[in-house]
Design a protein around this ligand. Structure first.
Ligand code: C5P
Length: 406
């Protein structure tokens, strides 16, 4: 592990595992990191400021109203840090961060912090299982925070169960990985689409599909963790630390993607775009009347992916518009229920994209709505790479690593 010159901000809350963080600080310092520590007032019941100050070789921060320069402390610390680690994190502090409560220095910094955050909870096993705590952790995970779940074992409160702080080695490698990971797509803008488009029929009805948007969301989160500037164009409600543009129809999606086109380095079309929309949208709710049958006339939607690839082929304007990027990577997805290889190969050449990620939708255990996926990556030069079944998060990571390494 080398963390040379990395700025690690550690938040210690009031749990008995606070004493273990003394050793953790030493581990970070030995690997070259600059460490600053914030404590909640309760943390000081378990460790002393002097110990933490000696080990981190920096001031220990506690109060909000004693800044060492003109900048409010919660902002200067948030700006200084490359990563924020909260360990041990109590149920109380986790709950406050979820709600945006900023009633001490640690929770105020957390509120002002927009970079990578890792939380290592530690608490009594019954507290850990509490629905409120679990819901709060899910919410934080959805916002891009990495949670390092506690281990099973003897707890300081006398219970045996899940609740003890995970190992310091695990925390170190999560921090190390996150910091190195942040470099991979640094300076790159990645545009990702997700979810099924919604094509209105009248004010109360629409045509759509079963896409959950989870694959695109996992890609967005992973690209963000890899340091990219991310724009997620999605039909779903998403709360995220990167830019999210909510759209409805295929035409809305095309507009939103086109608006991001010039400045983007990578475009990943993971959305399930409806191929057709109704020709004549009815401003009023359509009535049954006496009709036994109803025929809706549909017109073709633009193929957003194919048009992006066509646009890329056109000669670049000289000079390039400000902020525009050359050598874009464009990635499509396809969902096939039969002849996956033949169809995918044909599609990649027809659309003109660099990579096509093929889902086999005849499988019930993966794909639509599932948290898992198994995909095959096709590249424009004929390469085929199958990714074994794994969580969408793992698949997202492998896809991004693959398309940026080729
Ligand atoms: O042709 P097919 O729908 O299988 O292609 C799927 C890929 O093309 C996906 O990446 C999807 O986001 C994109 N697509 C599109 N515009 C459409 C239909 C699909 O960009 N109208």
């Amino acid at each position: 592990m080398t963390l040379q010159n990395q700025h690690i901000l550690i938040g210690i809350t009031g749990g008995i595992a606070a004493y273990k963080i003394c050793e953790l600080i030493r581990m970070f310092k030995k690997s070259g990191a600059d460490v600053k520590v914030i404590v909640t007032p309760n943390a000081l019941n378990f460790v002393t400021k002097l110990t933490l100050q000696n080990l981190s070789q920096n001031d220990v921060y506690e109060g909000e109203f004693t800044p060492k320069n003109w900048k409010p402390e919660h902002i200067s610390l948030a700006d200084w840090a490359d990563i924020m680690l909260i360990a041990p994190a109590t149920a109380n502090t986790i709950g406050k961060i979820v709600q945006g409560i900023a009633d001490n220095l640690l929770t105020s910094v957390a509120c002002a912090f927009s970079k990578k955050m890792i939380i290592a909870p530690a608490m009594n096993c019954n507290m850990w299982q509490n629905v409120a705590v679990q819901n709060n952790l899910n919410i934080l995970e959805g916002r891009g925070v990495e949670i390092l779940p506690p281990d099973n074992g003897f707890l300081a409160c006398g219970y045996i169960g899940k609740g003890r702080l995970c190992s310091l080695e695990k925390i170190c490698s999560a921090v190390d990985e996150a910091l190195n990971y942040q470099q991979i797509l640094k300076g790159k803008k990645v545009v990702i689409t997700s979810g099924g488009t919604i094509e209105d029929i009248d004010p109360v009805r629409y045509i759509s599909n079963y896409s959950s948007g989870k694959m695109g969301l996992s890609l967005a989160k992973t690209a963000y963790d890899m340091g990219a500037e991310v724009v997620l164009v999605t039909t779903k409600d998403v709360e995220a630390p990167y830019k999210v543009t909510k759209v409805k129809s295929a035409l809305d999606m095309q507009n939103a993607v086109n608006n991001e086109y010039d400045g983007s380095d990578i475009i990943i079309m993971a959305a399930a775009v409806a191929d057709y929309r109704v020709k004549n949208y009815s401003e009023q709710k359509m009535k049954k009347g006496g009709n036994e049958n109803l025929t809706l006339e549909l017109v073709k939607n633009p193929d957003i992916l194919a048009e992006l690839c066509k646009k890329r082929q056109a000669p670049l304007p000289n000079p390039l518009p400000q902020g525009a990027r050359e050598n874009k990577i464009i990635v499509g997805f396809c969902a096939e229920s039969e002849n996956l290889i033949e169809n995918a190969k044909e599609k990649i050449s027809k659309k003109g994209c660099d990579f096509l990620i093929a889902n086999d939708i005849s499988r019930k255990d993966i794909g639509f709505g599932s948290d898992n996926n198994e995909v095959t990556i096709f590249d424009k030069n004929g390469g085929i790479n199958k990714l074994e079944k794994a969580s969408k998060q793992v698949i997202a990571r492998k896809i991004l690593e693959y398309i940026t390494n080729e």
